[in-house]
Design a protein around this ligand. Structure first.
Ligand SMILES: Cc1cc2nc3c(=O)[nH]c(=O)nc-3n(C[C@H](O)[C@H](O)[C@H](O)COP(=O)(O)O)c2cc1C
Ligand code: SF4
Ligand code: SF4
Ligand code: FES
Length: 630
């Protein structure tokens, strides 16, 4: 990689005049948590110090006067390298930028056209420096549809959204299309709901459209309570108007004049940006009375949820908006028939609504060009865990897990964060409703039906990669603990069954299980899945059942051999000191609170298993890695 690029003008000391020059500081939750606001302020100060005006909003006209727009954006993708800064039109992406780096970026890159190499991305596999998004496999192997503008667009500017073609689809839906035509186009696209179940969106809308009566509602489900998931949050933070525009199209399709965005209060930045976007859209005449000067009205309100996972379930969400306790009720009637205040209501996920805008703009045929026959289009995932690159991704349905983990994610890492070529153990997909998949599923194309056939789910899109040092029984316990706490308590099987499953998992992890435990766990899992009322209880056993299916050996080792093959379960691990590695330094003896270690100076030491309480202090104290778990 060259340290200086010929395409960058070289005007030492002065900022060059570059049309469309723009500094975009990532202002997604990950980058803000890592100090991107201070980086933003530093850019404003430094650019101003050069004598040129800083403008907070991008506009082609303004940049002709030499001013430099310094703007914020939603998540630029590689949250693990936060804070990120993109410089356009040069397409340079700087990572882990601190306020102290900003003067150098302004002087060298904006002023002299030089790259600041130490802030560029370095490929973990080849050590190659990458100049920008186009060179980074994590970004260039994705297909961005919903995320197309997330990361470059200023989410706090309606003008900019409009400049990118924003609200053209809604205008078309209100002024040129009938509700039947909108429903037909969405049906033709094959769009399936991105909130987990994958129900065909067009069919749901058509059902609501055909309901009699003048009063109908649409709700945007922005609850996203799955552990490890932040896709919907990123779309709202990065392109809030696209969600409102999708909601408007949904309302027109079914004839609703009131809309709610049910958003969790634990997403303060998304709440703020959505609120601002609703206010801007209202002021511009897109929301309120006489939408786009037509005879149609649409009033939109934000409802903040207090963070109960079950409130993501549609009937519980309706109860919550009505001011009742968020508890699901049996279906039918489906919300499309009788929902909010007993009126026909459709509920759609944030990403589903953002996809709708693309379909109305580009047409169903363009939408169907990516993805699979049964699941057209793309899906966002939150890629986390033991993988070189973590962050927000969007890929066509049908992409394999191998491509996601190795092609985009850059490979599996060990606990210290280094690439471990043989480290892959499992992927947990779909959050608490999903399941764990293993090496044999690496070439499985990701879509609703393929995942369901192996006991997992697309879910809302959490994707956690796990390395060979992960205990799969503990992973199953983590999700069971979550769903057990989040059960609303209405059904006995969900309320008590998940508690019993959790207690059986604790028996396994703490060495109390016997030959009756695994069959009982399996039986209970099947009963909870069958007998629960809502999706929470019905899917709660999935992480347990899928790990029992694919990692049975690991369960059996815990139950019968009382060992944890991954060496992670404190109550089951056995420690020994390697005679080859031990130097007899005595560091372990000094930290053992129960005097379980014996040995002479400069000779190999031993652990007395009958005294050892498995605290691991000796392992941490040994500088020679001589204390081993077996
Ligand atoms: C316990 C539970 C939690 C859910 N959480 C969410 C959520 O956070 N976001 C979401 O869009 N759908 C969630 N769903 C699915 C919704 O109930 C509903 O199916 C979805 O919002 C429909 O939108 P879609 O057709 O666009 O996918 C959840 C379902 C259950 C059972
Ligand atoms: S399945 Fe669980 S969360 Fe759902 S209604 Fe029953 S008790 Fe509540
Ligand atoms: S694990 Fe704890 S109790 Fe056991 S030998 Fe090491 S320091 Fe002592
Ligand atoms: S929040 Fe900045 S890269 Fe994700």
């Amino acid at each position: 990689m060259r340290s200086q690029d010929a395409s960058l003008p070289n005007a030492a000391g002065r900022l060059p005049h570059v049309d469309g020059r723009r500094v975009i500081v990532c202002s997604g939750t990950g980058c803000r948590a890592n100090g991107s606001e201070a980086v933003y302020e530093a850019f404003c100060r430094e650019v101003e110090a050069t004598g040129l005006p800083v403008v907070m909003e991008f506009s082609a006209e303004k940049t002709h006067d030499g001013s430099v727009p310094v703007t914020r954006s939603g998540c630029q993708g590689i949250c693990s390298q936060a804070p990120l800064v993109t410089i356009l039109p040069d397409n340079i992406l700087y990572m882990r930028v601190k306020p102290e780096d900003v003067a150098e970026i302004v002087g060298a890159t904006l002023g002299e056209g030089k790259l600041v190499e130490r802030l560029l991305y370095r490929r973990p596999d080849t050590d190659e420096l990458c100049r920008g998004a186009k060179d980074i496999p994590f970004l260039n192997r994705q297909t961005h549809v919903v995320l197309r503008e997330v990361g470059t667009l200023n989410p706090e500017s309606l003008d900019e959204y409009i400049r990118h073609g924003g609200y053209a689809a809604a205008r078309k839906a209100y002024t040129q299309m009938s509700p039947e035509e909108i429903c037909a186009e969405i049906s033709r696209s094959g769009l399936r709901g991105r909130g987990g179940g994958g129900f065909p969106t067009g069919r749901k809308w058509e059902a609501a459209r055909q309901q009699p009566g003048p009063k109908k509602y649409v709700i945007c489900n922005a609850d996203e309570g799955d552990p490890g998931a932040f896709m919907n949050c990123s779309v709202m933070e990065g392109n809030p108007h696209s969600v409102i525009e999708g909601l408007m199209i949904a309302a027109r399709a079914i004839g609703a004049d009131e809309a709610y965005v049910y958003i969790r209060a634990e997403y303060p930045l998304a709440v703020r940006r959505m609120k601002r976007a609703v206010a801007e859209a209202r002021e511009a005449g897109f929301l309120g009375n006489k939408v786009f000067d037509t005879e149609f009205n649409l009033h939109c309100e934000l409802k903040e949820g207090a963070g109960a996972f079950v409130c993501g379930e549609e009937t519980a969400m309706i109860a919550s908006i009505e001011g009742e306790r968020g508890m699901p009720r049996p279906k039918p009637p489906f919300p499309a028939q009788s929902g909010l205040w007993g009126k026909p209501t459709i509920i759609n996920n944030v990403e589903t609504l953002a996809q709708v805008v693309r379909i109305i703009n580009d047409g169903a045929d363009v939408f169907r060009k990516v993805g699979t026959q049964a699941a057209p289009g793309t899906k966002t995932f939150a890629l986390t865990g033991h993988v070189a690159n973590t962050g927000l991704i969007e890929v066509p349905f049908g992409t394999t897990l191998r491509e996601v983990v190795f092609g985009i994610g850059g490979g599996v890492t060990d606990d210290a964060g280094n690439i471990d070529p043989d480290g892959f153990k499992a992927v947990q997909i779909g959050g608490p409703s999903g399941g764990c998949l293993t090496r044999e599923h690496l070439d499985l194309p990701l879509d609703y039906d393929a995942l369901r056939s192996v006991g997992a789910m697309v879910g809302s899109g959490g994707l956690v990669v796990m390395n060979r040092h992960t205990c799969m029984v503990s992973v199953a316990r983590f999700f069971m603990d979550f769903t057990q706490r989040e059960s609303c308590g209405k059904c006995v099987l969900c309320r008590e069954g998940t508690k019993q499953m959790l207690s059986l998992l604790d028996d396994i992890l703490e060495g109390r299980a016997d030959e009756t435990t695994l069959p009982l766990l399996q039986k209970l899992g099947a009963a909870v899945a069958k007998g629960s009322l809502c999706g929470l209880g019905k899917t709660a056993p999935n992480p347990v059942l899928s790990t029992l299916r694919y990692f049975r050996d690991e369960y059996e080792a815990h139950v019968f051999d009382k060992t944890c093959p991954a060496g992670r379960c404190p109550k089951l691990r056995k420690l020994r000191i390697s005679a080859e590695k031990c130097k007899g330094c005595g560091a372990c003896i000094r930290v053992c609170s129960v005097h379980a270690i014996r040995g002479e100076k400069k000779k190999p030491h031993q652990i007395d298993e009958t005294l050892c309480i498995k605290c691991g202090a000796c392992q941490a104290a040994c500088k020679f890695d001589a204390v081993e778990v077996y």
